[in-house]
Each structure stands twice: as structure tokens, then as C-alpha cells.
Design a protein around this ligand. Structure first.
Ligand SMILES: Cc1cc2nc3c(=O)[nH]c(=O)nc-3n(C[C@H](O)[C@H](O)[C@H](O)COP(=O)(O)OP(=O)(O)OC[C@H]3O[C@@H](n4cnc5c(N)ncnc54)[C@H](O)[C@@H]3O)c2cc1C
Length: 324
């Protein structure tokens, strides 16, 4: 076992982790980023107009103008079991612009930006975490090697596993368990690349979407409750909406999906990943640091955002036929 120390350890190098690691390193903090780097998120996702504002604030807006990573998106067209189409036109939202991003190269670009400002990267997985003295001691499995890192602060950006927070005593509180299953693309309905809309169809306790994006990609997903369909899905992702019982504690803070994860119908995940990274970095860099008060305010804000998104989700599903 190798032992070492770090000022700040960020666990997880997705959009939330790579962003906060870069923001803190830019302000002179010594940051170690731990991520296995073995599983990329191979998916097209929507950056809604609200997320574009946050992308500017965290200094990554230029990635949205890179055609190899990102493609303009006009909005969302929903068909909830009727012929009538409900349009969520991004032009009508503050900011007026949205994008479809190719997550794998987008995440690679975010991590490269973090490395450029001297974030140290360890290819490994957090497998233990405990409070010891004035530090949080994190066990990292890196290949055959086990590393023990004592950090003054640990940031949990491990996504839905909440790998640090759960070991520090927090619990994930699911609001609704959902699965997203990749579907063959219906080429007849492949969205027009000139006006790419995300097309959503709802029917029989499930909803599906189809979208096209950069690099000629076009994909379709169906989202449903695991008990609603027989058999094991082939290619699927956890799409549950759930909240961490508390988003911060003594020596640690959770950001992005590790703090709260959202049903994809809300298009809330990426804006939450970037905004929690920004807010947490601000608290950490403030003169009082991440004290008791800051942790309480942050955790309350995460919970309020989650409950607000849940209310919006209920309104969207109210239109789904037949009634759930
Ligand atoms: C089907 C589907 C469609 C979606 N569509 C959209 C959309 O259109 N728009 C939108 O805004 N959001 C969407 N989302 C949500 C979005 O994917 C997430 O909100 C986003 O990935 C959160 O980023 P993150 O950095 O918090 O977590 P993640 O992207 O999950 O990154 C977590 C990182 O932590 C690493 N990790 C995990 N465990 C450990 C460990 N023990 N130690 C170290 N590292 C670890 C992982 O390898 C990963 O690199 C969708 C989600 C799903 C499932």
C-alpha cells in the first residue's frame, strides 16, 4: 500500500468532477483527480439553454461551438400519445440556444482542460473513505496497486454511485427508479440535420426519444420503470431520479449526479453538474471555506433544485397517456 497526501481530492472525472478540478486548480489549489477512465459515456445529450449560461460561467462555452463535439438543437418536440405535438422551442427560453453534445469526446475535452492547468490525474477507483484526524482518507484501487490518500477535502463527483458520500454515511433517496434502454434508430424518423429537434414520444408507461448530433450520430432511447417490462434490457443506463440525504459533510462535498440525479425528461443533469461544480468551487475558495454554514446552505440548495425539477417532471408526465 502506497500512502500520500493531497490538498483536494476529486473522485470522478465526468463533467462535474473535471470542471471543479479545473476551477480549483486555476485558483492555485493542488488537486488530484481520481477516475478509472475505463468506461466512457457514449451518448448524445441535450445542453438546454439554461446550461449554456452555466457553460459560459465555468469557461467551457467554446466547446459548444466545436462541431466535432456539439450540434445546435432547436428544442424538444413531445408527442404524448396523441397526434398533437407539444413544442418546447429553445428560441423562446432565456438564452435562446441549445445543443446536442457527443458526451464521450465532450468529457475528454473537459478532462484535457483540467490537465492543462496542472490537475494531477490518477487512473483508479475510490474503494474506501473514512474520516481520520483532520483529513478524509480515501482508498484508491489503481490497477494492482492500492493507494491511500489523506486529503483535507474530498469532492464526490462519482455520479450515481456517490462512492464517497455513501461511505461517509449519506444515503441515496430514490424518488423513482427508471431505466433508459438504447433502441435501434428509426431511420424513417431520423431528425433532419438542418433543424435537429429532440423527438419525444410517450406511450404505455414509457417514453422514448430520438435525436441526432455531431459526428453523424443518431440514437434513440426508451425510459421506463424496471418492473414495467419483462426481461433484462440489453444496453441500458440507470435513469432514476434520486437525491443524496445530505450533499455535504465534514471534509467532503458531493456535486453533479453524486448529489442529485434527474430523470432525463427534465434535461437537468448537465446544468446541475456544471452549476454544482461552480457553486461548490466558490464555497471552497471563499475566505471561510467549506464550513458548517456553507455546507448547510449548499445541501439545502441541492435539495431545493431537486424538488423543483421533480415538480416539473410531474407536470411533463401529467400529459403522458394512458395515465401513470
Ligand atoms: C439515458 C440518459 C440520458 C440523459 N440525457 C441528458 C440530457 O439530454 N441532458 C442532460 O443535461 N442530462 C442528461 N442525462 C444526465 C447526465 O448524463 C448526467 O447528469 C451527467 O452525466 C452527470 O455528470 P457527473 O459528472 O455528475 O457524473 P458522471 O457523468 O456519471 O461522471 C461520473 C464519473 O465518476 C467516475 N466514477 C464512478 N465511480 C467512481 C469511483 N468509485 N471512483 C472514481 N471515479 C468513479 C465514472 O467513471 C465517471 O467518469 C442523461 C442521463 C441518462 C441516463
Amino acid at each position: 500500500m502506497q500512502h500520500r497526501a493531497a490538498d483536494i481530492l476529486v473522485a470522478g472525472g465526468g463533467p462535474a468532477g473535471a470542471t471543479i478540478a479545473r476551477l480549483l486548480a486555476l485558483r492555485g489549489r493542488q488537486v488530484v483527480l481520481v477516475d478509472p477512465g475505463t468506461r466512457r459515456t457514449e451518448r448524445l445529450e441535450i445542453i438546454a439553454p439554461a446550461a449554456c449560461r452555466v457553460a459560459e460561467a465555468v469557461g467551457i462555452a467554446h466547446l459548444l461551438y466545436d462541431a466535432s463535439l456539439s450540434w445546435p438543437c432547436s428544442g424538444i418536440r413531445r408527442r404524448w400519445g396523441t397526434a398533437e405535438i407539444e413544442l418546447d422551442d429553445f428560441l423562446r427560453r432565456p438564452g435562446g440556444k441549445g445543443y446536442v453534445i457527443d458526451r464521450a469526446p465532450f468529457d475528454d475535452a473537459l478532462r484535457a482542460m483540467a490537465m492543462d492547468v496542472a490537475v494531477e490525474r490518477i487512473a483508479g477507483r475510490v474503494v474506501a473513505a473514512r474520516r481520520e484526524g483532520g483529513a478524509v482518507v480515501v482508498g484508491v484501487q489503481s490497477g494492482a496497486q492500492r493507494i491511500s490518500i489523506a486529503a483535507a477535502l474530498v469532492i464526490d463527483a462519482t455520479g450515481r454511485p456517490s462512492a464517497v458520500a455513501r461511505r461517509m454515511g449519506a444515503r441515496r433517496l430514490p424518488s423513482e427508479r427508471l431505466v433508459a434502454e438504447r433502441q435501434p434508430v428509426d431511420v424513417l424518423r431520423a431528425p433532419d440535420r438542418e433543424t435537429p429537434w429532440l423527438d419525444v414520444d410517450g406511450a404505455h408507461n414509457a417514453w422514448s426519444y430520438q435525436v441526432s448530433g455531431p459526428n453523424g450520430r443518431c440514437e434513440a432511447w426508451t425510459v421506463y420503470r424496471p418492473g414495467d417490462r419483462p426481461g433484462r434490457p440489453q444496453s441500458c443506463a440507470d435513469a432514476s431520479s434520486s437525491l443524496l440525504s445530505r450533499a455535504a459533510g465534514d471534509g467532503w462535498i458531493a456535486i453533479g449526479d453524486a448529489a442529485a440525479s434527474f430523470d432525463p425528461v427534465t434535461s437537468q443533469g448537465l446544468v446541475n453538474a456544471l452549476s454544482t461544480a461552480l457553486v461548490a468551487a466558490g464555497a471552497i475558495l471563499s475566505s471561510d471555506g467549506l464550513d458548517d454554514n456553507a455546507r448547510g446552505i449548499y445541501a439545502d440548495a441541492v435539495a431545493a433544485t431537486f424538488h423543483h425539477a421533480e415538480a416539473g417532471r410531474a407536470r411533463v408526465y401529467a400529459g403522458l397517456a394512458p395515465p401513470r
